[in-house]
Ligand binder design. Sequence first.
Ligand code: 5GP
Ligand code: ZN
Length: 117
Amino acid sequence: MDNTCLFCRIVAGEIPATVVHRTETTLAFRDIDPKAPTHVLVIPVEHYADVAVLAEANPSAAADLLAAAAAVAEAEGLTGDGFRVIFNTGRNGGQEVFHVHAHVVGGAPLGPMLAGK
Ligand code: 5GP
Ligand code: ZN
């Protein structure tokens, strides 16, 4: 665990979060500032900085993360109308928290894939 990492502290229970799904290797909780009617963050319980680091270092944990994102979409009732899974990565990707997380968003049409496009 990285004591300076916000999401490691959520995993440790030091910072409260609304947890919606949990497996041995993943945790999913509602985003504090939702950008869509449903906005859940899915993370590996182990610390990896971003999706590229995760995929390189632990492909099995990466697979678990995707499976958990799909399970969250199903549990949140998003699979019928569709949803989006987003990994913001690095500076240009707009990543703010450097513990890899999948944003699972849906519940309304989400508009263009990128701002203005
Ligand atoms: P990023 O920009 O790194 O892809 O996304 C970070 C996300 O974490 C943002 O959507 C932000 O709203 C969310 N977030 C930041 N701090 C907290 C927090 O303390 N609790 C929860 N549940 N979400 C947070
Ligand atoms: Zn962390």
